[in-house]
Write a protein that binds this ligand. Structure first.
Ligand SMILES: [Zn+2]
Length: 243
């Protein structure tokens, strides 16, 4: 018995997955993953993407619904949205359940933040732990700028697509978390108002790539794992250049 982080009740806690099972593919059977934090070498680690001390079964089930939705759109259906000429995926607004998808990303970073497992030690939301929980429980309106979501997809040439990493960083002068798993590079910015993207005249800011309510959503496919403002600006320009 222990206190569940979601319902705050004293309950039996279960094996709660941080990275949902549905995203792990073969890793789930292998029980280990090969990873390094900079992708320059491989290291075997026990997989353990779950935590025994964060959630009760009832609350894990609630969050599980967002996991299932995210898996459908990002793993099962993503191929439907591939552009024929450009390395981008365009998901029309009407095909996105914004609430479920946004809550998936919020729950992902929240789970990593409340977990004390080593793999997630760089993730510590502080004040935003409560904000995340309020968003998940519909006690707070979901805003594009709170837990702003930027997603890239690994191109076929990227090594270690299975690698799971959670790192803290800064992006355009804002605190950000970069997460990698299942062929996705996910950036979550707890508060993205006033991000400082300095773009050349006539260019659009990569800010348009963030997930926004009632907007079509563009996911770039990249041939390397990228972080940082300048790399993202460059990748954004490059993606729209027809080869
Ligand atoms: Zn609970």
């Amino acid at each position: 018995m222990n206190i569940c982080n979601y319902c705050k009740k004293n309950k039996k806690l279960i094996q709660a997955h941080i990275v949902p099972k549905g995203f792990l593919g073969m890793l789930e059977q292998q029980k280990f993953l090969e990873v390094s934090f900079n992708y320059s070498y491989k290291k075997r680690m026990p997989i353990g993407p779950y935590d025994m001390n964060i959630l009760c079964a009832d609350c894990d089930k609630i969050i599980g619904l967002y996991d299932e939705y995210a898996k459908k759109i990002l793993i099962e259906d993503i191929h439907l949205y591939k552009n024929k000429n450009l390395p981008i995926y365009s998901i029309p607004a009407h095909a996105i359940d914004y609430l479920k998808l946004k809550k998936f990303f919020i729950s992902l970073i929240w789970r990593a933040s409340i977990s004390s497992r080593d793999a997630f030690k760089e993730v510590s939301l502080g004040y935003y732990n409560d904000v995340a929980l309020a968003c998940l429980k519909d006690e707070r309106f979901l805003e594009d700028n709170i837990f702003a979501i930027l997603v890239f997809k690994d191109g076929p040439n990227i090594k270690y697509q299975d690698a799971i990493t959670f790192t803290a960083s800064k992006l355009a002068e804002k605190h950000a978390y970069k997460i990698h798993f299942s062929g996705y590079q996910i950036t979550i910015v707890p508060k993205s108002t006033d991000m400082r993207w300095v773009v050349e005249k006539g260019d659009e800011s990569p800010q348009v790539l963030f997930l926004k309510k009632e907007n079509d959503w563009t996911i770039l496919e990249l041939d390397q794992d990228i972080s940082g403002k300048q790399n993202i600006l460059d990748a954004y320009k490059e993606s729209f250049r027809v080869k």
